[in-house]
Design a protein around this ligand. Structure first.
Ligand SMILES: Cc1cc2nc3c(=O)[nH]c(=O)nc-3n(C[C@H](O)[C@H](O)[C@H](O)COP(=O)(O)OP(=O)(O)OC[C@H]3O[C@@H](n4cnc5c(N)ncnc54)[C@H](O)[C@@H]3O)c2cc1C
Length: 467
C-alpha cells in the first residue's frame, strides 16, 4: 500500500510513523518543515517563551519566600529577559525538534519531500518542490492508495490590521523581535491571546489585553477564567472587556488599535490573536469531491474519513479540536483505519487540554457548563488551592481543584485544575475519567503529603455519596 501525507505537522508525521510501522510505502509532502506550525511557530515556541516567563516569575515568588537578591529591592529588579537570547533559544529549539522528527521519519523509511502539494484526484497528489527561499521548482506526481490531508491552519488576519512583521504581528512573527515590546496590545483573549499576553507580562512588557467578551478565555470554565483575569489585573495587565478591535495602524514608532466604539489604544506593538483559518484552499479538495464546511474545514468522521473514499484528514484543517495532541490522534486513527489495523474512533470527551498561563488551567471530560445545563446529571466540588498545605508552602494562592461526579454511578466524569503546573496535575483526573473510576476509588488512593494532588483525593472525598 502507498500512503501520501500532505502536511508534516503532528497530524501528518504521527500518521506517517504509524503507516511505516504497518508496512506501507509512505511519502510526506511538507512545505515549511517537519513538525509543522506546531513545532516551528505555534505550540513549541510559545511554550518555550512561557518557560522563560515562568522562570522570571519564580524569581519574584522566591522574594516572597524569603530569598534576597544582592543590590536589588526585589526579585523583579534582579532579573530581566534578554529577548535576543530568548528568541534565539526558541528558534534553535524549534529547528532541532523539527530535525529530530525528520530523522525519525527517515529512519523508518518515510520519504520526505519539501514541496507544496495538491490533490489531483483521490489517488494522486501533485507536488511542486520548494527551495529554502520558498521558490517553487520541479513538479512531481505521486500515486497513492491512501491520502491523508493534514495541512493545518494559519493565523486569521483582519483587512484593517494587516501584519507587517515589525509592529503589527501575528503570533508566528513574534520570535523575530529583537527587543521586548515596551507596551504590547494583544487583540483577542482566547487561549493564544491569554497565554502570550501573560508571557510578555512576565517578561516585563506593559500589556493591554483587548477582549471582545465579558471576560477573558470565553468558552473556558468560568471560575477558572475569573481566577486568571484577577491574576492578570493584579500583576498589572490592563484588561479591556467588551472591547472589540476594529483595526490597527502604525503611527510613528508605535501602533494604534481602534476599537469598534471609537476608543483608541496605543502601544509599541500589537499582537493579533483572533483565530485561525484552515489551509484548505486551492489544493484541489472540492475538485476531488472532498466536502468542506462553510468555514473551510474538511468534514471528517470519528475515524478521520472525508467524504471521498481513501482520502482522510487530520488536525487543524478539520476544525475538530485545535490541539497538537488531537491532530496526532486523528492522524494515527486515520492510518490504522485505512490500513485495516484495530482502531478506536476519536473520543473528544477524554481529551486533556491546558492553558499555559500562570497559574495554568487544565481540563478534562465534562465541564461545569454540561452540569449547569443538565447535559449530564452530575454534582461538582471545588476546593480552593489556598487550603492545600503544599500550595501554602509554595505561596501559590490562586487556583482550585474542581471535580464532577455523575449522580447514580458516582464516577468521576470531568475536572478542572487551576494551579502551577496544572498540565501535570490533570493526569490523575484524566485517568479517572477515562477508566470510569468512582469518587471512592479516587478518594481511597493514598496521595503524598504534602502535595497538590492531595486536593484531588480530598475533592473526591467531598463527593462521596451515602445514597
Ligand atoms: C500559539 C499557539 C500555541 C499552541 N499551543 C498548543 C499547545 O500547547 N498544545 C497543543 O496541543 N496544541 C497547541 N496549539 C495547537 C497546535 O499548534 C495545532 O493544533 C497543531 O499545530 C495542528 O497540527 P496539524 O498537523 O493539523 O497542522 P500544522 O502543525 O499546522 O502543520 C501543517 C503542515 O502542513 C504544511 N502544509 C500546509 N499546506 C501545505 C501544502 N499545500 N503542501 C505541503 N505542505 C503543506 C505546513 O507547511 C505545515 O508544516 C497551539 C496553537 C497556537 C496557535
Amino acid at each position: 500500500m502507498s500512503v501520501v501525507v500532505l502536511g508534516g505537522g503532528p497530524g501528518g508525521y504521527e500518521a506517517a510513523l504509524v503507516a511505516a510501522h504497518l508496512g506501507a510505502a509512505v511519502t510526506v509532502v511538507d512545505r515549511d518543515g517537519l513538525g509543522g506550525a506546531a513545532v516551528l511557530t505555534d505550540c513549541v515556541p510559545s511554550k518555550a517563551l512561557v518557560s522563560t516567563s515562568n522562570s522570571l516569575s519564580q524569581i519574584e515568588v522566591a522574594g516572597g519566600l524569603g530569598v534576597r537578591f544582592e543590590g536589588a529591592e526585589c526579585g523583579h529588579e534582579a532579573a530581566s529577559a534578554d529577548l535576543v537570547a530568548v528568541n534565539e533559544r526558541i528558534l534553535d529549539l524549534a529547528a532541532a525538534q523539527s530535525r529530530d522528527i525528520e530523522e525519525r521519519l527517515e529512519t523508518v523509511g518515510v520519504r520526505i519531500c519539501r514541496g507544496v502539494g495538491r490533490l489531483l484526484s483521490p489517488v494522486r497528489v501533485g507536488m511542486a518542490r520548494v527551495s529554502m527561499d520558498l521558490a517553487t521548482g520541479a513538479t512531481e506526481e505521486l500515486d497513492a492508495d491512501v491520502v491523508l490531508i493534514s495541512t493545518g491552519a494559519t493565523p486569521r488576519v483582519m483587512d484593517s490590521a494587516l501584519p507587517d512583521g515589525d509592529r503589527i504581528l501575528t503570533w508566528q512573527q513574534l520570535y523575530a523581535l529583537k527587543e521586548l515590546p515596551k507596551r504590547l496590545v494583544v487583540v483577542g483573549s482566547g487561549v493564544t491571546g491569554a497565554e502570550l499576553a501573560d508571557a510578555y507580562l512576565g517578561l516585563g512588557s506593559e500589556v493591554v489585553l483587548v477582549s471582545s467578551r465579558d471576560r477573558v478565555l470565553p468558552g473556558e470554565d468560568a471560575d477558572a477564567a475569573t481566577v486568571i483575569e484577577d491574576v492578570f489585573r493584579r500583576r498589572g495587565m490592563q484588561v479591556l472587556n467588551r472591547s472589540r478591535a476594529a483595526g490597527a495602524r502604525r503611527v510613528g514608532d508605535g501602533v494604534v488599535v481602534t476599537l469598534e466604539d471609537g476608543r483608541e489604544v496605543s502601544g509599541s506593538h500589537v499582537l493579533l490573536a483572533v483565530g485561525s483559518i484552515p489551509q484548505t484552499r486551492d489544493i484541489g479538495l472540492s475538485e476531488a469531491g472532498v466536502v468542506l464546511s462553510d468555514s473551510g474545514h474538511i468534514q471528517v468522521d470519528r475515524v478521520s474519513r472525508t467524504s471521498v473514499r481513501g482520502v482522510y484528514a487530520a488536525g487543524d484543517c478539520t476544525g475538530v479540536l485545535p490541539l497538537a495532541s488531537v491532530a496526532a490522534m486523528q492522524g494515527r486513527i486515520a492510518i490504522s483505519h485505512a490500513l485495516g489495523d484495530a482502531v478506536a474512533p476519536l473520543n473528544l470527551r477524554d481529551v486533556s487540554a491546558n492553558i499555559f498561563t500562570e497559574p495554568e488551567i487544565a481540563t478534562v471530560g465534562h465541564s461545569q457548563r454540561d452540569v449547569d445545563e443538565g447535559t449530564v446529571d452530575a454534582r461538582a466540588v471545588m476546593l480552593p488551592l489556598s487550603t492545600n498545605p503544599r500550595a501554602k508552602m509554595q505561596n501559590a494562592q490562586d487556583g482550585f481543584i474542581k471535580l464532577f461526579a455523575a449522580n447514580g454511578s458516582n464516577t468521576i466524569i470531568g475536572g478542572v485544575v487551576v494551579a502551577p503546573q496544572a498540565s501535570e496535575l490533570i493526569f490523575p483526573v484524566a485517568l479517572a475519567v477515562q477508566h470510569r473510576l468512582t469518587v471512592d476509588q479516587v478518594a481511597n488512593t493514598i496521595t503524598v503529603y504534602p502535595s497538590m494532588s492531595g486536593s484531588i483525593a480530598e475533592a473526591a472525598r467531598r463527593l462521596h455519596s451515602v445514597h
